[in-house]
Design a protein around this ligand. Structure first.
Ligand code: C5P
Length: 398
């Protein structure tokens, strides 16, 4: 696909180099259009070398190619990262005083802005109005991340990590302009992710290989579809998805407590976490010693099933509950039985043993509905699977 990567004049411009690499390495043809200010942070030579394309901030270079019209018309996606307060203001006003803003006016493809600026600038009513204007025109304006800004300040205004912006770009290219519709706006969703750890003693635990990638993809895609997202995350080590409230837990019991506490406010709950079915009956206060050849047997007790407890505790009318299940053998028969056992509205069945493993970027699934629905989500990036799941949830919420 042809991507225009706009870069405005903020210190986060350096992070756009990594975004550019992710885009080019996945086969996209990327034309970088910096603003003149952006070139104070990262020079044209860097953009040209990384993209393999000419780079200029001015509409007056290569005029015979009419770049301000052609680049916008030919693009499949225009993503501006970082988008400064000034760039958002110029885009909202429809100005075309440099090549990037001219391209923004000629583009008819999906347009994404990833703002980055100081918290005061982001929260200023002028910026908020410009963001609302751009969103009203169908552009996707990604929420900035919170955290350390230039200097000692912290707060909302950080550019999300390049990998996250890359996945936003991939999604938008896969789903087209319709995929930008904030169909979960005004909805509150609760997602669990990762794998729980059950402590044996101060240094050991029983755990599993879950990477948390599918749950994080569910959280970040829900954010970009407009939902208010709470992510209960167990032991993932992944960066917080921008715009989501993250609650960290370790064990199944902690996850259960947080999920049940947040559930009454959720319109939809997706249990993507791999929850340990058992935990040690006792957590030793002291490290278990190698006392002889035969180690002490470890007695296990069963953990409560969180999905079933969420179903039993459901208070909110119309709340949609989604469980996951990795299955082998006759996955449809096993999946139907699991769906009935869990009592959830949907079960996302992942076939095990098709070259898809924990920690891989791709996934595939069949979603079974308590209403008899059966939807295949073909193999693809976990964001694509997440979008497929949210499509089914959104249809049930509306
Ligand atoms: O029964 P199984 O572990 O295969 O079910 C998987 C689904 O159930 C997942 O959605 C997982 O998050 C959830 N689960 C749970 N509580 C447990 C075990 C699994 O909510 N104790």
């Amino acid at each position: 696909m042809r991507v225009v990567l706009g870069v405005a004049g903020g210190i986060a411009a350096y992070k756009a180099c990594e975004l550019l690499r992710l885009l080019t390495e996945s086969g996209h043809q990327v034309r970088v259009i910096p603003t003149a200010s952006a070139l104070n942070f990262v020079g044209a030579a860097t953009w040209a070398a990384l993209s393999g394309e000419p780079v200029t901030a001015s509409p007056w270079d290569d005029v015979h190619e009419v770049p301000h019209v052609r680049l916008g018309q030919e693009a499949d996606l225009v993503i501006t990262a970082p988008a400064t307060a000034d760039l958002l203001a110029r885009a909202a006003a429809g100005r075309s005083d440099d090549l990037l803003t001219a391209v923004l006016l000629t583009a008819r493809c999906p347009v994404v802005f990833a703002p980055a600026m100081h918290t005061e600038m982001w929260q200023h009513p002028a910026t908020a109005a410009n963001v609302a204007t751009l969103r009203g025109r169908g552009c996707l304006v990604v929420e900035p991340a919170s955290g350390r800004l230039t200097g000692k300040d912290t707060g909302p205004g950080r550019l999300p990590e390049p990998a996250e912006l890359f996945s936003v770009a991939q999604r938008v290219m896969a789903r087209g302009a319709a995929g930008l519709a904030p169909d979960l706006a005004g909805r509150s969703v609760l997602v669990s992710a990762g794998g729980t750890r059950e402590e044996l003693d101060p240094v050991r635990y029983l755990g599993n290989w879950s990477s948390g990638l599918q749950g994080y993809a569910l959280a970040s895609t829900a954010v970009s579809r407009g939902a208010e997202v709470t992510l209960v995350a167990a032991n993932t080590g992944l960066p917080d998805p921008a715009g989501a409230k993250v609650i960290s837990v370790k064990s199944a019991l902690q996850m259960r407590e947080e999920m049940l506490a947040a559930a009454p406010l959720a319109d939809a709950i997706v249990m993507a976490a791999a929850v340990a079915d058992f935990r040690p009956a006792v957590r030793r206060e002291q490290k278990i010693k190698k006392t002889g050849d035969v180690p002490d047997p470890i007695e296990l007790v069963e953990n409560p099933d969180i999905v079933r407890d969420l179903v039993a505790a459901r208070q909110r009318a119309g709340q949609v509950i989604v469980a996951f299940g990795a299955e082998t053998g006759d996955i449809m028969v096993n999946g139907r039985a699991k769906l009935a056992r869990k009592g959830s509205d949907l079960l996302v069945v992942n076939p095990v043993g098709n070259g898809l493993a924990f920690g891989t970027a791709d996934n595939e699934a069949i979603v079974l509905g308590a209403d008899g629905a059966e939807v295949v989500l073909p193999r693809g990036p976990k964001e694509q699977i997440a979008d497929g799941i949210w499509d089914l949830v959104a249809a049930r919420l509306s």
